[in-house]
Write a protein that binds this ligand. Structure first.
Ligand SMILES: Cc1cc2nc3c(=O)[nH]c(=O)nc-3n(C[C@H](O)[C@H](O)[C@H](O)COP(=O)(O)OP(=O)(O)OC[C@H]3O[C@@H](n4cnc5c(N)ncnc54)[C@H](O)[C@@H]3O)c2cc1C
Length: 387
């Protein structure tokens, strides 16, 4: 194998390079990334970096030892057998890994609003957040909650406009979103209000009302950065993610995909999974490296993510859509919601209960069988509910 090319120099791309070298690949290796920066972590962009607690989230990397042909500021524009087309010319490949992540969604009519996906986005938003700034956030999801938390801390006045009826309605059932509703009281949260357009000084709502704004941030989700693959032999899902099997291979021979850009077929959940979480981008690349080097490995994890919002640590593991029952755990320290399918724990969301989350995740990895009554007792460790 002469040359491996990894496209996308975010966490998943960097981890792929690291895993290939760690697993003994000694051939030529190129990493092509659209951004001018070295690979960096995105979670701090809506937390410490936005607050000014840090300016930099560059990921540690041993570039010299890895001997990587790193091409920064270069965008892939097309793919055909053995050739990656870029805005800086063509690059030959024998094996290729797609790790182009996602871009912030931007509905029509919202061009005047900021988005938060890159380090440059975060620094631009931070510069605009001053005491008294009227910030309007469109979307009461994870990004909305984290940015609202940071903005209030720097003294901005925050309005959040959400089309649906509860916070996190895209990700969580209404009963869980309702539990979180009181957290949002420090902001002016307007639920059930759809945004039709964003002007230079106001957000215009479907109801005809306008909300005055100095800064508008869109937090309405992300979409896979795969538009450049349309017309290539790589199969995409309806949502535009790269469709991969359990070994993270794409439909095009010699091509793998990983991280936010990829959606894998999961035997564990019996469905195609597309998660846009840091843990997925961190750990899945080792599976790609093994397969690419001729080994046998599959990716079928219990997905995990966390969010720091309103002074709380929210963590989630699993996949709840197939659940038929909900069990709550609560005491003075925090609360947790556990989703069961029959007698199996299939997902868990915890608020300031990190130990519950770790233990619940371990149970799910082992198959998930639990005693629901013991699980509901917050005085017992979650592990005590495993059967
Ligand atoms: C503000 C923010 C906060 C987050 N907080 C959390 C959190 O608290 N917890 C959590 O679990 N997850 C969080 N995430 C999600 C997590 O950061 C992502 O899951 C992770 O970054 C995915 O890594 P990736 O390498 O797949 O994609 P990305 O990080 O998106 O990296 C992909 C890279 O590919 C480049 N690229 C795209 N198209 C091309 C092209 N055509 N050619 C070349 N390069 C290209 C991009 O410029 C980018 O640098 C957060 C994300 C954001 C944006």
């Amino acid at each position: 194998m002469d040359r491996v090319v990894v496209v996308g120099a975010g966490l998943a791309g960097l981890q792929t390079v690291a895993a290939l070298r760690a697993q003994g690949y000694a051939g030529r290796l190129a990493l092509v990334g659209a951004e001018p920066h070295l690979p960096y972590d995105r979670p701090p962009l809506s937390k410490a970096l936005l607050l000014g607690d840090t300016d930099d989230s560059t990921i540690e990397a041993d570039w010299a030892a890895w001997d990587v042909d790193l091409r920064r500021g270069v965008s892939a524009t097309g793919l055909r057998e053995g050739v990656l087309e870029t805005d800086a010319g063509e690059l030959g490949w024998d094996r290729l890994v797609l790790a182009t992540g996602a871009v912030a969604a931007r509905p029509p009519g919202t061009e005047a609003a900021l988005t938060l996906r890159t380090r440059d986005d975060a620094l631009a938003l931070r510069r605009r957040l001053l005491p008294g700034t009227r910030l309007v956030i469109v979307g009461a999801g994870w990004i909305g909650a984290e940015v609202a938390t940071a903005a209030l801390r720097v003294g901005a006045r925050v309005t959040v406009v959400e089309a649906l009826g509860t916070p996190h309605a895209g990700a969580l059932p209404a009963e869980v979103g309702m539990r979180m509703l009181p957290w949002w009281s420090a902001a002016d949260l307007r639920l059930g209000e759809a945004v039709v357009s964003v002007g230079p000084e106001a957000v215009h709502l479907r109801s005809g009302a306008a909300v005055a704004a100095d800064v508008v941030l869109l937090g309405v989700g992300a979409r896979p950065a795969t538009a450049w693959l349309r017309g290539s032999p790589v199969e995409l899902t309806d949502r535009g993610a790269v469709a991969v099997g359990g070994s993270l291979r794409t439909s095009m021979p010699g091509v793998w995909a990983v991280g936010d850009a990829a959606a894998w077929q999961s035997p564990r959940y019996g469905t195609r999974m597309h998660v846009e979480h840091w843990d997925n981008a961190l750990r899945a690349p080792a599976v790609v490296a093994t397969g690419l080097l001729g080994g046998d490995a599959t990716w079928d994890p219990v997905p995990y993510f966390w969010s720091e919002q309103w002074g709380r640590m929210v963590q989630y593991a699993g996949h709840h859509p197939g659940a038929d029952r909900v069990v709550w755990r609560e005491d003075a320290h925090g609360w947790a919601v556990c989703w069961l399918a029959g007698d199996r724990l299939v997902a868990m969301l915890t608020v300031d209960r990190p130990r519950d989350l770790v233990q619940g995740r371990r149970i799910m990895q082992a198959g998930g069988a639990v005693d629901a009554d013991r699980l509901a007792d917050p005085a017992l460790a979650v592990t005590a509910a495993a059967v």
